[in-house]
Structure formats: structure tokens, C-alpha cells
Design a protein around this ligand. Structure first.
Ligand code: PLP
Ligand code: SF4
Length: 336
């Protein structure tokens, strides 16, 4: 068996922090003084998709508050165990877009490189909760094939590193990958889709910022925040470091019942993001993934919510409401 971290090896602080993340429902429920009656269902649902919450993120949650909007994103519930019709394991048709293991080209000019299936936090609504990562993520040694494929396709101008979470890769292999990508002349932009600056802010290291700042490729980081309270002091500092490194910062959210389904909460999120130099980009309708039906808000309610948001905020703080339809050439804007 291969030891993932050798004893005596100098682990990065973020790796150490991740190794102490909460993984057992009883830990989270105990820590937050929640009703132990939640435990049996939490255990059952966590067997299908494990619980994972960094302690720093859990510290942002209110105690004894089962409806806390941060808690709701991570606590496995009995509702996950019933799958109403229409909710499936591959709602966005990603498996069909796979070019090579770990490389997806669904949209023109952009290619998505899935670096890993791992994340620092498990979002219960995740559309990839059933994705077969074991086969489909680019391990560092396999990225060579993806790079050759990108180099051979001059129509691609932007590479999106995604996953899972691409920042689960260590700084060194990531720096090597970014260097290889920068050698491909037709690539102009490097985008990272990551939730780590929010849920594990210590991941934004000086080395990472250096790799992004010094690359020939224009760096864009799309973070994933659903509620203003996720932007604690540490996350704000992490975003400031990225901003200081010249990274264009955008945010995507998923519209989630019980988390951010009011104009007040969405407005507070946009304002808080702007304070961190992050512009709201997308607000996704929930992908209809099996186990996430209890988060869904219907399209009509979503459109009404966006109309209310537009009356409260300048246009640049209103995210685009979109949904993904398998086989369509871009994310579909929801018009009113
Ligand atoms: C969302 C997504 C993109 C990027 O779409 P943009 O509209 O450019 O943000 C690219 N590839 C895949 C597979 C996606 O799901
Ligand atoms: S961070 Fe993204 S990929 Fe990871 S569990 Fe959450 S939604 Fe899924």
C-alpha cells in the first residue's frame, strides 16, 4: 500500500487542517448541540455520500440551529434517501462529454480538466455525488495525455481546472501543470473552479498565488459560495491574497431551498462578495441529482426571486440565473 503522507514529511498547514476535518455525523451533531434524533438518518445518508466538513467551516455555524444555512449544505438528511422521479445520477450528461480520462469538452473554446474527485467539504446537493471519479479524474501522471490533447486543439483558448476541487492538488504538481499549460500557445486563460478558498482558506498559499501571478495565462478563480456567512475572516483574507495576486475573482452559487432562497439572503451574499472583490457570476438552478430533491426551488419561484433581487442591487451584483441542460452548447439563462 502506498502511504499518502510519510511520517516525518512536512505536511502543509492546509493538509493538516484537512486531516482533522469532521467525517462522522455524531461529531458534527455533538459539536453543534443538535438533536441526537438526527443521527440515524445522518448515518444512513452518509453511507451513500460521506460527510466531510473542515472544522473552520463548522465554526461558522450557529449552535443548536438545525436550519443553519451552512449546516444544511453539509448535514446528511433522511430526505436524501428518497429519490423522486426525475432525479438521476448524471443530470448534466457529463459522462457523454469525456474526451479522455479527466478531460471534458462540452462548450466551445473551453475545456474542463478534472484534476481529482476529492473535495475539502461534501456539499449534499453536489451534482457529482455519483460521478465515477475513480476512472475520470486526471492523476498527475495521467495529465500528460490531456495536455497533448489540449495542445492539438487550437480552438481551445481557456482551460478550466475543476474536479472535485482542483486545489486538492498540492502546490508543486499544480505549478508544473500550470507551466505546461502556459507552453500551449493558443491557450489564453486559466480558470479554476474551487470551493477551497471559502471552506479551507489556508489552501490559498503564497506559492499558489505566485504560480497564478507569474503565469502567462490570465488567471480567473471562480469560487463557490452560497451564503454570506460562509465568508468568515479567514475566507476574506484568502480572497484578498488571490486578489492581490491579480486574479479575477468570480462566484457561483446554487439556488438552494433553506440556504439562500430569499432576495434578502442573495442580496447579502452579493454585497459580501463585492467587499471581497468577487463578482457574482452564476446562480445555478439545482441539477436534478438523486438525493438532492429537498433543495429544489422551481423555476417560477427562482425567476420571481431574481426579479426582486434586481430591484435591490446594481446590475453587476445580480448573478445570472442559469440551468444546465444536457447537450446544450452553453448554460441556459433563465429569462423572465
Ligand atoms: C460550466 C461549465 C463550463 C464553463 O462554462 P462557462 O459558461 O464558460 O462558465 C465548461 N465546461 C463544463 C463541463 C461546464 O459544466
Ligand atoms: S465543492 Fe463542488 S464538487 Fe465538491 S462537493 Fe461541493 S459542489 Fe461538489
Amino acid at each position: 500500500m502506498l502511504a499518502r503522507s510519510e511520517p516525518g514529511c512536512q505536511a502543509m498547514p492546509w493538509r493538516r487542517e484537512l486531516s482533522t476535518a469532521l467525517t462522522r455525523p455524531e461529531e458534527l451533531i455533538g459539536l453543534l448541540d443538535l438533536d441526537p434524533g438526527l443521527l440515524p438518518a445522518a448515518r444512513a445518508a452518509a453511507r451513500k455520500f460521506g460527510l466531510l466538513v473542515p472544522r473552520g467551516y463548522a465554526a461558522l455555524m450557529a449552535r443548536s440551529e438545525p436550519h443553519d444555512p451552512l449546516l444544511r449544505q453539509v448535514l446528511p438528511l433522511a430526505e436524501e434517501l428518497h429519490g423522486p422521479p426525475g432525479f438521476t445520477t448524471d443530470p448534466v450528461g457529463e459522462r457523454a462529454a469525456v474526451l479522455l480520462p479527466g478531460l471534458l469538452r462540452k462548450y466551445q473554446g473551453r475545456a474542463l480538466l478534472l484534476l481529482t474527485g476529492a473535495c475539502a467539504l461534501h456539499c449534499r446537493y453536489c451534482f457529482r455525488r455519483h460521478f465515477p471519479y475513480a476512472n475520470d479524474s486526471a492523476q498527475p501522471d495521467r495529465a500528460a495525455g490531456a495536455i497533448a490533447r489540449l495542445a492539438a486543439d487550437a480552438s481551445i483558448h481557456e482551460v478550466i481546472l475543476s474536479g472535485g476541487d482542483p486545489l486538492m492538488w498540492d502546490d508543486e504538481p499544480l505549478a508544473v501543470l500550470i507551466g505546461r499549460l502556459a507552453e500551449i500557445p493558443h491557450l489564453q486563460r486559466l480558470r479554476l473552479h474551487t470551493r477551497l478558498p471559502i471552506v479551507l482558506p489556508s489552501r490559498v498559499t503564497a506559492r499558489l498565488c505566485h504560480s497564478l501571478r507569474t503565469s502567462r495565462l490570465r488567471p480567473i478563480v471562480v469560487v463557490h459560495t452560497n451564503h454570506a456567512r460562509e465568508l468568515g475572516a479567514a475566507a476574506r483574507d484568502a480572497l484578498a491574497r488571490l486578489h492581490g495576486a491579480g486574479v479575477m475573482l468570480l462566484n457561483q452559487s446554487v439556488l438552494l431551498r433553506g440556504v439562500n432562497d430569499s432576495a434578502g439572503r442573495l442580496a447579502a451574499l452579493s454585497e459580501a462578495l463585492f467587499e471581497c472583490a468577487v463578482l457574482p457570476y452564476y446562480l445555478h438552478l439545482l441539477d436534478r441529482v438523486l438525493g438532492a430533491a429537498h433543495f429544489e426551488l422551481d423555476e417560477t419561484a427562482a425567476i420571481r426571486l431574481l426579479a426582486r433581487l434586481r430591484t435591490r442591487l446594481p446590475g453587476y451584483l445580480v448573478p445570472r440565473l442559469v440551468k444546465e441542460i444536457a447537450g446544450e452548447p452553453y448554460k441556459i439563462p433563465i429569462e423572465r
